[in-house]
Design a binder for this molecule. Sequence first.
Ligand code: SDX
Length: 378
Amino acid sequence: TTATPEIRRGLAGVVADTTAISTVVQDTNSLTYRGYPVHELAAHRTFEEVAHLLWHGELPDATQLRDLQARERALRPLDRTTAELLAGLPRTCHPMDVLRTAVSLFGAEDPTEDDGSPAAHRAKSLTLLAKLPTVVAAEQRRRRGLAPIPPHPDLGYAENFFHMCFGTVPDADLVRCFEISLVLYAEHSFNASTFTARVVTSTRSDLYSAVTAAIGALKGPLHGGANEAVMHMLDEIGDPGRAAEWLDAALAAKRRIMGFGHRVYRHGDSRVPFMQAALDRLVARAADPEASRLATLHAALRQAVLTRKGIHPNLDYPAGLAYHLMGFDTPTFTPIFVMSRITGWTAHITEQLAHNALIRPLASYAGPGQRAVPATAG
Ligand code: SDX
């Protein structure tokens, strides 16, 4: 008899392919994008520069950056038909479902052939980079019963997003905190949504289909949806003094604590210290009792989880509260993750096609043995 094959549920620890886009350096617990440590990129570079780095393998020079910014700004407005179709979706529709639908519409309206060439991919990737914030901002306003604010061609990527959401351009410090979150969220090797995009691409399907599938994967609370779930959890606990008892009850009920744990990082997510520092800045700026209460609760819960389960927070834990303090509605948090991760997803889509192999694993059969079909029904 053949030996029972070793089954790796969740593909845990399985190396499925090579990538040149990013890697977690385990012994220094640091993440690098195309060789650059992500915390240095987050501290000194903009999200547009990191997008160029992920797509092209190098940071842009001044001319390349100006060109990318000009093309990105020109692509921000939505086609009127698309804007009307999205505005017609039920108000109860989750913003991640609106975003998934928008990408399907972008695919439907894009007349250019997806011949799988890097040039075609770059054009489509830039289109999505430019248009996703317009959808997310319009959705944040629609949920509040407000009309959308059109994209502003003279504003940078981050400033424009705030302006479309709130009608104001925030100060440089707040924009910096937002840019840090976008750089940290941009890319993370073969996470579930990126691998989903690679599976779809491996059949030689098109980029919009791969991104639509990736959005579906990211929505789940075990993945990107965790940053939204963190805020719901903090709201559910309320009083910082209740964190420990809430946690004991949650763990007794075998609940997963949102924003904690990670499949790859076993001693803490390398991105957390830099997002936590940005969160601390936001709390200090807010200087109001509500922000202080949330920060105290956030720290108390983090300590309690570490003490009770020895589990560290992942990026979603500080990011969720940070987005709340920036003024975004909770259902907008994971769509912001999409706005950033579209860069990593599309870099992987292009890389998958560069040396493609159809992704099709095996299964170990555990169903009934072969049997004859009864002559008559019933
Ligand atoms: C992201 O892959 C990526 O890189 C993803 C990401 C990216 O940038 O793309 O980093 C972004 O998705 C971060 C993760 C966001 N998800 C959450 O915060 C949801 C809560 N986290 C857990 O569901 C969990 O930690 C996962 C899903 C992140 C990882 O799960 P694993 O690797 O499958 O581990 P597991 O669920 O089997 O848990 C192993 C043990 C278990 O103990 P036992 O039941 O076997 O005794 O650790 C415990 C778990 O109970 N555990 C947790 C826990 N995470 C692990 N217990 C309580 N709460 C948690 N959050």
